[in-house]
Ligand binder design. Structure first.
Ligand code: FE2
Ligand code: FE2
Length: 243
């Protein structure tokens, strides 16, 4: 278990740019087979949508929720937002080249959707809960991208492999940053986190769950096994101690 610092340091961040990393990749460099393209379509497109939808979550949390936040939380959110926008830019190119859709068309399609935070409002009703839910979500993303590396190697461009490794690292840093705020600013307890994790796993493994462009709660059973989500939830809770 990591010991939190007494005072929170600035959020961990590694600056990089999808545009710079991928600027020399051309559509013809993508050599994924039609079978591989179909196999990864749901997950790849879903990841791109979620990265895009970080902006919806940001807007909801910071402009529409009516909540006020600590400066530590806002600092973590600021870096998170920049990273997620960068991830969207990268996946937008990858999906565009894999599925022959223009990047402008992707922007247009995704902007058409309207987020609905109603069904998940109880998960994001205060700063502590938001930190815990985001920590869980980021850990799932970090591990999910890591599991995707072997497929990315078969897409063709070596830059795509670097991209997915960078993204996985960023998600792991987000996980740590939100955990730190939950522990240091809110003195979160294991019992409180256990309860939130139980609710999340129940929510995400409900076959009726739908994803509503909220960034959070996009882990359907089509992509993630229940045991994987439970393991992530357990890992988050294990960072906390006490009642
Ligand atoms: Fe991301
Ligand atoms: Fe993230």
């Amino acid at each position: 278990m990591n010991t939190p610092p007494n005072r929170l340091q600035p959020p961990r961040v590694v600056k990089w740019s999808s545009d710079e990393l991928l600027c020399n990749v051309r559509r013809e460099h993508v050599v994924a087979t039609p079978e591989l393209k179909e196999k990864v379509r749901h997950d790849l497109w879903g990841d791109m949508c979620a990265e895009h939808d970080a902006e919806n979550l940001w807007d909801h949390i910071c402009n529409k929720s009516g909540l006020t936040y600590s400066k530590e939380f806002l600092a973590a959110m600021h870096e998170w937002r920049i990273d997620e926008q960068n991830h969207y830019i990268g996946l937008r190119q990858i999906c565009s080249y894999m599925y022959e859709v223009g990047q402008d068309e992707i922007d247009h399609q995704l902007d058409q959707r309207k987020p609905d935070f109603g069904p998940i409002s109880h998960f994001i009703s205060d700063e502590f809960k938001i930190c815990v839910v985001l920590a869980y979500d980021e850990l799932v993303s970090a591990r999910g991208y890591k599991m995707f590396v072997e497929e990315f190697k078969q897409f063709g461009p070596k830059e795509y492999v670097t991209w997915v490794l960078n993204a996985s690292r960023d998600e792991a840093l987000h996980y740590q940053n939100f955990l730190d705020v939950a522990k240091v600013v809110h003195h979160g307890t294991r019992a409180a986190v256990d309860e939130i994790m139980r609710d999340i796993v129940l929510y995400e493994t409900n076959p009726e769950m739908t994803y509503n462009a909220t960034f959070l709660m996009d882990h359907t059973e089509e992509t993630f096994e229940r045991s994987f989500l439970v393991d992530c939830a357990t890992t988050v809770a294990a960072n906390f101690s006490g009642l």
